[in-house]
Design a protein around this ligand. Structure first.
Ligand code: EPU
Length: 417
């Protein structure tokens, strides 16, 4: 398995291109199941999660062609309603095929994703929504079977905002009979991006980006061509890197509107942030101030940026509290950061971080995608050598991250094993 080796404390300066968003691309590629004919998607990041969803779509009968960052998908051959364990276990977002499969084939059989490193991550809200729309749900042998002669539009209330749950039901509702109203929906930019794609395909959707999304079912959708929005979490990760290393990094091709909560917190730590259209420059300063953070659904501070901010707080002046409210087990990076000299104590869903003057490089283990990114950031600011093992998590969600950091001046390399 590959590892990443970093010699820390090199200044980071220059421009970095932000790739297309993983979490926007996944549901959008899946939306190709909703219409016959060739869809075309540009600015798709080259990531293992994208490979996984392409494999799943091919398994279901779609034709998939890739040329650089362009992916074309034709689902006219959609014939298989089963997403097997081997494909779903690699990536939980495979559950996104549930809604489209029931809408198109009247049935779906999808392996239950189960828990993962960051929490139990149930899919009950996806299932309750489909049940309310008239589907029959059966759970057996680790699979969920969902069937419906047709889906009926309904009022659906999410107990808690769920990103992929909102996306799944939106995709189920676009071809349902009548009007579906999703209350307490997730408001992430990825939801808006999916709604825009579905609308281009002929769907009738109002309110995406707000808590109430209204979808009037239509009888048929057309294929479309779209470009994937920039990855706000990749952007946030480079922003923190610059603030950490007294760097001067300019992000190119990002959407600062999607990063408001991160920009505001980072500015409070003392970093200078300059926004100019789709360019965002972050200049790190000598002193990093402590700030408290609580992760929340969008537009609150993203859980996917929590681990990276914890590294920043590890070398800040004073004490900060980071509270994780989205996933119950998203502090797995803490023990690794402590091995690098960070002072962090955990109580329930809060971490108390007392900033230290420096971190020291160490061999560490990556445990999930964002935890892996935080270890890269820690390695970049630490004295000496950091070796990050199990980097396959990183390859799921960051496009060529070590190459991007190398171009910015980091001493970072991938060691193939
Ligand atoms: N939840 C339920 N029941 C459900 C669905 C969700 O209780 O049926 C709970 C979850 O356990 C969690 C909360 O609701 O406590 C929110 O989870 P959500 O469903 O929004 O998460 P998700 O859709 O599985 C997406 C991203 C994650 C990101 C979260 C939160 C994708 C493919 N994944 O996951 O991204 O952390 O939203 O913003 O969009 C990542 O990219 O590293 C990543 C984990």
């Amino acid at each position: 398995m590959d590892k990443i080796v970093i010699e820390g404390c090199h200044p980071l300066k220059g421009d970095v291109n932000i790739s297309g968003s993983k979490n926007a691309a996944l549901p959008i590629l899946v939306s190709s199941l909703l219409a016959d004919g060739w869809n075309s998607y540009s600015n798709v990041p080259a990531l293992n999660d994208i490979q996984s969803i392409k494999l799943l779509l091919s398994h279901l009968g779609a034709r998939v062609e890739t040329e650089g960052d362009l992916i074309r998908i034709d689902s006219s051959g959609l014939c298989n309603h089963e997403a097997p364990y081997e494909l779903v276990r690699k990536m939980r977002a495979s559950i996104l095929v549930l809604g489209p499969l029931v809408a198109r084939l009247k049935k779906a059989r999808v392996s239950l994703p189960g828990g993962c490193a960051i929490g139990a991550r149930p899919i009950d809200l996806h299932l309750k929504g489909l049940e309310r729309m008239g589907a029959t749900i059966k759970l057996s042998h680790g699979y969920v079977d969902v069937s419906a002669d047709y889906l009926q539009g309904e009022e659906i209330f999410f107990d808690t905002p769920t990103v992929t749950g909102t996306e799944n039901l939106m995709m189920a509702a676009v071809l349902a009979k009548g009007v579906t109203v999703l209350h307490n929906s997730a408001r992430e930019p990825e939801i808006v991006a999916l709604a825009e794609v579905l609308t281009k395909m002929g769907a009738d959707i109002m309110g995406a980006g707000s808590e109430v999304i209204t979808i009037k079912g239509v009888s048929v959708l057309q294929p479309t061509s779209v470009s994937i929005i920039p990855d706000r979490i990749e952007a946030g990760t480079f922003m923190v890197a610059s603030a950490l290393n007294k760097g001067d990094i300019t992000l190119l091709g990002c959407d600062p509107d999607h990063l408001e909560a991160v920009i505001q917190k980072l500015a409070l730590t003392g970093a200078k942030i300059l926004v100019d259209g789709t360019r965002l420059r972050v200049i790190g300063t000598d002193r990093i101030d402590s700030v408290n953070i609580k992760t929340l659904p969008y537009p609150g501070f993203p859980t996917d940026m929590q681990a990276q901010f914890m590294v920043l707080m590890s070398v800040a002046k004073g004490v900060s509290m980071i509270t994780e409210t989205i996933f119950e087990n998203r502090f797995i990076h803490v023990s690794e950061l402590k091995r690098m000299g960070a002072h962090i104590s955990i109580s329930g869903n809060s971490a108390r971080i007392r900033g230290v003057s420096s971190l020291s490089g160490a061999p560490v283990m990556a445990t999930d995608l964002r935890a892996s990114a935080s270890l890269i950031l820690a390695g970049l600011v630490a004295h000496g050598k950091t070796e990050i093992n199990r980097v396959y998590h990183l390859d799921r969600g960051y496009e060529a991250i070590e190459k991007k950091f190398e171009r910015l001046g980091a001493a970072i390399r991938r060691v193939k094993e």
